[in-house]
Design a protein around this ligand. Structure first.
Ligand code: ZN
Length: 140
């Protein structure tokens, strides 16, 4: 656990057709943000999300080729391989109001997306492979 501070919020929106991960990663990289939180709502034209199989220790990926609402996108920012990395999860609703969600992957395309990014200062976490879980987790 580290104590960090915050004093600003970056608020904006991505463009229609942007890849969510590429767009948000570009913003945090250009602003030299190495720690913080991200949240967003909006809509996507399609999505690619994942589920981590804890037995196999691998991600399953699935594409949903349909317009959906972004009910919640939330995540954090840390360093992976020395670069700012956004770990994002998303909850989406379909036309029939059913809800799906998972770990967000590249290939999720913006229809409209309003975000807030809150940078943290005074510390950061690096991701490293955790043998017990098979995940790239924060250092302790
Ligand atoms: Zn995840």
């Amino acid at each position: 656990m580290k104590k960090m501070v915050f004093n600003e919020v970056l608020q904006g929106r991505l463009n229609k057709g942007d890849d969510i991960i590429e767009g948000l990663t570009r913003i945090i990289t250009q602003n030299h943000i190495v720690a913080g939180v991200i949240s967003a709502i909006g809509a996507v034209s399609k999505a690619r999300i994942g589920y981590f199989d804890q037995e196999k220790k691998t991600y399953e990926e699935k594409e949903f080729e349909e317009p959906m609402e972004v009910l919640s996108l939330t995540g954090n920012i840390s360093l992976k391989d020395g670069l700012p990395f956004a770990h994002l999860h998303i909850v989406l609703s379909k036309r029939d109001y059913s809800v799906i969600g998972g770990h967000l992957y590249n290939g999720t395309i913006v229809y409209a997306l309003e975000y807030q990014i809150v940078p943290f200062y005074g510390g950061y976490f690096k991701r490293q492979l955790d043998d017990e879980t098979g995940l790239y987790l924060w250092e302790k």
